[in-house]
Write a protein that binds this ligand. Structure first.
Ligand code: SF4
Ligand code: SF4
Ligand code: SF4
Length: 323
């Protein structure tokens, strides 16, 4: 897949369709893959990476990138296309400035699940059928692929790309996901049990803000958590009330807009299952207002919030100049 993507990117750069490419490059470790912009064939050949650890959704980066001169190529997995559509709906990305190549995803790996098996010093990871071959500084290890698939991919809702200019490979379908099963378990707990579950989880939060920073729904030019007068500004939470409030505020802000991309939970260094909070909102919206999937389209009326150019806080869309 990586070679096909590099070839496609080189072709689209060469024929002038795009003037740059957003993709990923390796960080310090083999599994440490980070988004990056490439401007020519040499940069692509030197650093472009797409592998089992290339999980980061680049849609959010397109808010700023699509406001620049010229068209940018973005490779989007099915789940990423929902985020992109939602950003289009909210006038946050300039659709015409992005050339989207849809790519399939068979499920990304989570390095933390590999490390949890006591495997350390990981140098490289390769799939061999249903088995992972893991080269480490201490020798070769193996484990079942299924035990290393990231949590967000285990409850994937769709293999279908909801927006693209072209595809590499075949498109998939919306799938019957079990993503609300755990939410139902939480609903069936007593209020005390549920409170204890969330207190145990949220008390681990170190307020690093990774969940907000990665979230494609959190693209406000002025975020409440950046406002020192808000009473909830970015800082380590000093008590359980502050710990809870950060998450409650964010969950309400993304309600009806969260596409369930799973990025918040994926990046949380404390492994807090944030997606369960957002999924509870999605499930409630489905039952209160009718089935709704954020990001499925760019035109339908959203159940709670519509972003328009006459918003009272117009800076959300106007400062971007997206019409
Ligand atoms: S990513 Fe995790 S630890 Fe960081 S602020 Fe979010 S919930 Fe807290
Ligand atoms: S709240 Fe989490 S799952 Fe929802 S859009 Fe943001 S990062 Fe994705
Ligand atoms: S939705 Fe709320 S938490 Fe997210 S960026 Fe906007 S103000 Fe901040």
């Amino acid at each position: 897949m990586q070679e096909a993507m590099i070839e496609k990117a080189k072709q689209l750069l060469a024929d002038g369709t795009v003037n740059r490419v957003i993709g990923w490059k390796r960080g310090e470790f083999a599994y440490d893959i980070t988004p990056a912009v490439f401007r020519n064939a040499e940069e692509l050949e030197a650093d472009f990476v797409y592998d089992d650890f290339t999980a980061a959704n680049v849609s959010k980066y397109l808010v700023k990138e699509s406001a620049k001169e010229g068209k940018i190529l973005a490779f989007l997995k099915p789940c990423d296309t929902y985020s992109f559509n939602q950003l289009t709906k909210e006038h946050r990305v300039v659709r015409d400035n992005v050339y989207i190549v849809g790519i399939p995803s068979e499920g990304k790996l989570d390095i933390e699940k590999i490390k949890a098996k006591g495997i350390s010093g990981v140098l490289s990871v390769e799939r061999d059928g249903d088995t992972l071959k893991i080269e480490t500084v201490y020798g070769t290890e193996t484990m079942p692929v299924s035990e290393a698939i990231s949590t967000k991919c285990l409850s994937c809702k769709s293999k279908k790309h909801v927006v693209y200019d072209e595809l590499i490979g075949e498109d998939g379908d919306v799938i019957a996901s079990d993503r609300f099963d755990m939410v139902e378990k939480l609903e069936n707990m007593t209020a005390k049990e549920r409170y204890e579950f969330w207190r145990e989880q949220l008390s681990k939060c170190i307020r690093c803000n990774a969940c907000r920073n990665v979230c494609p729904a959190c693209t406000c030019e002025k975020c409440v958590f950046d406002n020192p007068n808000s009473g909830v500004e970015n800082k380590a939470a000093s008590d359980s009330f502050e710990e809870n409030m950060f998450h409650i505020i964010r969950a309400f802000h993304v309600a009806g807009r969260c596409t369930d991309c799973g990025e918040c939970s994926r990046v949380c260094p404390q492994n807090i299952p944030l997606h369960l909070l957002n999924r509870k909102f999605i499930k409630d919206i489905n039952s209160l207002y009718g089935e709704y999937q954020a990001g499925e389209d760019t035109t339908s009326k959203a159940p709670l919030t519509n972003y328009t150019f006459d918003d009272c806080e117009a800076s959300i869309v106007h400062e971007r100049g997206v019409e």
